[in-house]
Design a protein around this ligand. Structure first.
Ligand code: GLY
Length: 372
């Protein structure tokens, strides 16, 4: 891809980060925009860490202290959140604490960031269920209606791998590996498509059934779940070097690639391949990052890299918010949830984050990721 195209796109992202800082007034963007504009929220959602991560990426792109300063008050705020147990009764500790606090620790040596991230890892460990050997995603622990894992958690367990490497405490790694083995065993169907969530029997711990929460149906292919699978398997392979994960990565990636519509921007659920279906551009951004991550650890087929390029070009050419007046978002045509019509064909903050991360990866292949 042309260097000037990347440079222009990075400049575009930085302008939007500046606009975010200006419009959010010491708050965080909501998970999804409304008409292309993020309203501001407190630090209470599973998505707050992406904004801090965008500030760290802006800091890495520009070297400007203003982004570091902005990110650092948020790192303190993330410590406050975990110390006071504010909206942390769920598994999304990796999404929250890797791009914010682990990034702060990696980039600046922040002890506040490290302390907050270790506390978040401890919180995640508390959700581990011995019966079934998985981290329970949502809801009251042990409750039959909530006794399930979700594919998204493949992006939360890297916090445990990181905590193990920092502290040497084996329990973090044991839980991460147990959850990984269980997830890979149940969420990936034989054809490489994926379940969004998978239930277990709370009495026996036996796998029970797959069910979607945000996809079209229990047998369809929720695009973002498939993308979490690609990126999660790449990170898991980086830690484990288990060759079985390469086979799973291939299966999951090939399903994603083969279900892309002609314009290379995924539909919100990949059983739809017509270009006119509502899209989820954020899934493409996640999948690109996953493919580029795997490229660091395994000599992957050129077809995967070619498709990552095609998706990246499509995002840059067709999904920037440049035609939305007053937008403080970056990537349009993302969809949070069709099941409750939340953030449909809007910007969402993880789409913006992973798009910036993809730009970082394309311009610096040896970038020290916040996720591993
Ligand atoms: N992890 C929640 C989502 O992808 O919507």
């Amino acid at each position: 891809m042309e260097r000037t195209k990347f440079r222009r796109t990075i400049e575009y992202c930085i302008e939007k980060v500046d606009k975010g800082i200006e419009t959010l007034e010491l708050h965080y963007p909501a998970s999804a925009s409304v008409n292309g504009v993020y309203e501001s929220i407190e630090n209470i959602d599973w998505t707050n860490g992406f904004w801090t991560g965008m500030l760290w990426l802006a800091y890495e792109f520009t070297g400007k202290d203003k982004y570091k300063k902005e990110a650092m008050w948020q790192v303190k705020d993330f410590l406050h959140r975990i110390e006071n147990h504010i909206a942390v009764d769920h598994h999304d500790m990796g999404f929250l604490y890797l791009p914010s606090c682990v990034a702060a620790y990696k980039l600046t040596g922040s002890e506040v960031g490290k302390k907050a991230a270790i506390m978040a890892a401890d919180n995640l460990c508390r959700r581990f269920q011995e019966k079934g050997k998985f981290i329970q995603a949502w809801g009251a622990l042990g409750e039959r209606n909530n006794y399930r894992l979700i594919i998204d958690c493949l992006l939360n367990i890297p916090l445990l791998f990181w905590a193990y490497e920092e502290t040497g405490i084996a329990r973090y790694k044991e839980i991460a590996l147990a959850h990984l083995t269980t997830s890979v065993g149940v969420v990936i169907r034989p054809d490489g498509s994926t379940h969004h969530t998978y239930f277990f029997d709370p009495v026996t711990g036996k796998p029970d059934h797959g069910e979607t929460s945000q996809g079209y149906s229990d047998t369809s292919i929720w695009a973002r779940g498939q993308a979490w699978g690609i990126y999660g398997l790449a990170i898991a392979y980086r830690y484990t070097k288990d060759p079985e994960l390469i086979d799973k990565f291939k299966l999951v990636t090939e399903v994603f690639i083969s279900h892309l519509p002609d314009d290379n921007i995924p539909a919100w659920d990949m059983i739809f391949t017509d270009i006119s279906t509502i899209k989820d551009s954020s899934s493409a951004a996640i999948a690109i990052c996953g493919i580029l991550e795997m490229a660091k650890h395994w000599d992957l087929p050129d077809t995967y890299l070619k498709k990552a390029d095609d998706m990246m070009n499509a995002l840059i050419d067709k999904c920037l918010t440049s035609d939305i007046f007053g937008s403080n978002g970056i990537l349009k045509h993302a969809t949070y949830s069709m099941s409750d019509m939340r953030g449909v064909d809007e910007c969402n903050i993880w789409g913006d984050y992973y798009f910036m991360e993809a730009l970082m990866r394309y311009t610096n292949m040896s970038w020290n990721s916040y996720w591993d």
